[in-house]
Design a protein around this ligand. Structure first.
Ligand code: BYC
Length: 471
């Protein structure tokens, strides 16, 4: 059946005026829906879910709430409003008009960045596909599905760029985005963290807190791009990303709150007999998710990143707010390096340290939420502090992937790591314990025992609202 794309795909890119692009998306759409049925949330595809749908980019249009079935979700294509006379703000092309088309010489690198970004979106949906079966409440179930459909929309956003600006190569890449699979040994997703499992809701909250926050920083850097359609696409995606991080911060915060309540009630740190998640175990999940997420920023010193910057393709976080020459040819930046068993700071060429600078900003942002959790813990009279591990801890990418380190950043031998790693990372047994708590709670307004209710509902609805209609 022919699809009326003006109806089916809300967009602000004049889709109906571009027959070639429309045809490319018409060919891709059924494949996307097949992928969604196969790899999207298992179950719940026929249920009405209280979802936010963007139908335009203005304040009124980007957050429309209503019950919809997920396969009927209107995955739209939205670019933030164009900025009049927008210029390139950094690198060798600084001051020139921003590009509306891809310059031939940057086609390869731009495509690669867009594909890498695009690949993470379906990957995260695949990682989370079984979580609906064990939701702690309807409120959480709805939040999971909101995150999932929006990741689907972010995939559409990247596929739009590939189809609109990269011709046949772009179409092939758009297909490949639906073919790779998270965790698959033969055709894995591109970046490490997107091949890890998200087997339980604690992992989901950690993922949305730590890994979606990498999304915030990467998208913000791409939003600085001289390639204007990419910049505008990323600017709009950032609006949605904020909710994903809220789900993470709120989710972890509620697990902490419930743990503190149980600790106070039973006067013990070991709340496992009461079905709670001990704070010491939660800390191990923080250690895991933080370390796999800091890997996502790439090597400390990266000539790729320097090339992207010099070409004007990918900037720094809030580039235009930084007070320097935006060329960085003579600038330096402090980078942590290994010298034998010691870690020390060394100044390196700022251009090569672009990834590290972004990682630094990310770590500061991660710490802000941790501080809020710690404040809540202290307010409940519990003596425990959550900490972020040292950046050298449990790394698979960059300098520190060559060594083993404690969460305090002390370099240790392989043998000591093997002996002690489960002091810092969840063991199979501990993961099994968390898994054992994951029993589906779907009565309206009810919460699983291991998590506190949220302070308020979504879109001013009460917490006991029927966020997902199961009957
Ligand atoms: N895993 O020079 P380097 C999100 C590769 S999350 C595997 O440092 P570069 C979301 C690298 O590709 C945001 N491989 O690399 C969150 C390179 O390969 P080649 C996603 C890795 O290019 C939650 C080599 O190592 N967006 O949106 O400077 C839910 C040398 O490294 C990894 C982006 O990432 C890794 N972790 O930096 C849903 C933005 N790290 O050239 C969504 C686009 C590095 O030797 N991507 N490598 O074959 C980029 O900007 C860059 O590709 C990276 C890497 C920052 C990731």
């Amino acid at each position: 059946m022919a699809i009326d794309y003006n109806q089916q795909i809300p967009n602000n890119v004049n889709l109906s005026d571009n027959r070639r692009l429309q045809r490319a998306l018409e060919a891709w759409h059924p494949k996307f829906l097949n992928w969604w049925q196969d790899m999207g949330p298992e179950g719940f595809q026929v249920n009405d879910v209280y979802l936010r749908t963007a139908v335009s980019v203005d304040a009124k249009g980007w957050a429309n709430f209503g019950h919809v079935k997920m396969p009927d979700y209107r995955w739209g294509i939205f670019l933030a409003e164009p900025e009049q006379d927008r210029r390139v703000n950094f690198g060798d092309h600084k001051g020139e008009l921003a590009w509306q088309e891809v310059p031939g010489e940057y086609r390869g690198v731009l495509r690669r960045l867009i594909v890498t970004q695009g690949d993470t979106e379906p990957a995260s949906v695949e990682q989370q596909r079984l979580l609906g079966q064990t939701c702690p409440s309807l409120y959480d179930l709805r939040n999971l599905f909101q995150v999932n459909v929006e990741e689907g929309r972010h995939l559409w956003a990247m596929v739009y760029l590939l189809d609109a600006h990269f011709g046949r190569d772009g179409r092939e890449e758009a297909e490949a985005l639906l073919e790779r699979r998270s965790g698959d040994t033969d055709k894995p997703r591109i970046l490490g963290a997107f091949n890890e499992e998200t087997p339980d809701w604690l992992s989901f909250f950690m993922f949305t807190y730590f890994t979606d926050r990498d999304g915030k920083y990467q998208l913000a850097s791409l939003a600085e791009s001289a390639f204007d359609p990419l910049s505008r696409t990323c600017r709009f995606m950032l609006t949605e990303e904020a909710h994903h991080m809220f789900v993470g911060e709120g989710g972890v915060g509620r697990v902490i709150q419930r743990a503190c309540e149980m600790m106070n009630e039973h006067d013990t740190d070991d709340i496992t007999p009461f079905g709670g998640i001990p704070l010491a175990l939660l800390q191990k999940y923080v250690n895991f998710h933080f370390s796999v997420s800091v890997d996502l920023f790439g090597q400390e010193l990266s000539t790729n990143a320097a090339t992207y910057y010099t070409a004007g393709i990918k900037g720094r976080f809030e580039e235009t707010k930084i007070d320097d020459d935006h060329l960085l040819k003579d600038a330096s930046y402090p980078v942590f390096e290994l010298a034998g068993d010691a870690i020390h700071e060394k100044r390196e060429a700022a251009l090569n340290a672009i990834n590290e600078r972004l990682r630094d900003e990310y770590i500061v942002d991660c710490q802000r939420g941790v501080d809020r959790w710690n404040k809540a813990i202290a307010k409940m009279g519990v003596n425990f502090e959550i900490t972020l591990p040292h950046r050298a801890f449990h790394r698979a990418i960059g300098t520190f992937s060559e060594v083993k380190a404690t969460p305090e950043g002390q370099i240790i031998t392989e043998a000591e790591w093997d002996k002690r790693q489960h002091e810092w990372l969840p063991s199979d047994e501990e993961r099994g314990y968390v898994q054992s708590l994951m029993q589906s709670v779907t009565e309206v307004g009810k919460m699983a025992n291991w998590i506190a209710p949220p302070a308020r509902g979504i879109n001013q609805q009460p917490v006991d609202f029927e966020y997902v209609k199961l009957s």
